[in-house]
Design a protein. Structure first.
Ligand code: NAD
Length: 254
């Protein structure tokens, strides 16, 4: 198991900036690529090559298999031979992402929850070839971030999103078919099942584009029509209503 002294984070959106904050607070030196903010102890760069000295590189870019594979192939060239390449993907196969590299035993899923500094869980996903050493290094680093881990096999959506995102999709169907208003759907689930946020409110928080990408991975990967994305979710994404990050999703934000 390696002692992690430096971490690279790629993708400075809602997840990447939170993951970088966690590592910096844990005393690990961090390079954040595509940076949007500057925290103390954090070095920001727009140059991937700066990540070549990192012990672990955590990818948190757009939820697209092709884009992630392209990045991992580039990281394989840039990162030092001992470096671990981790993906924060919500649903995409770690085995397939790893196939874009020459080091599949050092590729792993490290799925933080949103927002990373607050949420206690990190879901660790082992691809077909992920080594025990890689797993132990990432598990220890997650614990150093103050997180509790769960382990998932490499199947679409892993544990959390396999269950959560179909529930959100069903909330969209409930709205789409006129069963209830968005407010009543959210209040019903909040007070009726003791969830801190209603599913539509949560979808806006996650990002409707991210929810739709995950639903598509479940639909294709599990091959069951019960995972088809709700047309209303698709339409909102087509309209650019991506949720809080765009100021409009199911709800509008001031
Ligand atoms: P986001 O849209 O907030 O941020 C993505 C960032 O990646 C943007 O800053 C974008 O400019 C950048 N980016 C896109 N393509 C890039 C590339 N090729 N190279 C470098 N940067 C690139 O998205 P997010 O919500 O932070 O999601 C990022 C990843 O984390 C996705 O894989 C998503 O599934 C996963 N994730 C999201 C959540 C959530 O609740 N939003 C939770 C857990 C995991």
């Amino acid at each position: 198991m390696a002692d992690v002294k430096s971490v690279g984070v790629i993708g400075g959106g809602q997840m990447g900036s939170g993951i970088a904050q966690l590592a910096a607070v844990a005393g690990i030196s961090v390079w954040l690529e595509v940076a949007t903010n500057a925290l103390k102890n954090l070095k920001c760069t727009s140059n991937l090559e700066d990540l070549q000295s990192a012990d672990v590189i955590i990818e948190a870019i757009v939820e697209s298999e092709d884009v992630k594979k392209k990045l991992f192939s580039e990281l394989d060239r840039i990162a030092k031979p001992s470096a671990i390449l981790a993906s924060n993907t919500s649903s995409i196969s770690i085995t397939r992402i790893a196939s874009a590299t020459s080091r599949p035993c050092q590729v792993i899923g490290m799925h933080f929850m949103n927002p990373p500094p607050i949420m206690k869980l990190v879901e660790i996903v082992r691809g077909a070839d992920t080594s025990n050493e890689t797993f132990m290094t990432v598990k220890t680093m997650a614990e150093r971030f103050g997180k509790i881990i769960v382990c998932s096999q490499d199947y679409p959506g892993f544990i959390v999103n396999r269950i959560l995102i179909p529930m959100i999709n069903e909330a969209f169907f409930t709205l789409y078919t006129g069963v209830a208003t968005r407010e009543d759907i959210d209040t019903g689930m909040k007070l009726g099942t003791n969830q801190p946020m209603g599913p539509l409110e949560l979808a806006d928080f996650i990002g409707l584009d991210v929810c739709l990408s995950i639903m598509k991975v479940l639909h294709v990967g599990l091959g069951d029509s019960k995972y088809r994305p709700c047309p209303l979710l698709v339409q909102y994404v087509d309209a650019g209503r991506l949720g809080r990050k765009r100021g409009i999703g199911v709800y509008t934000y001031g």
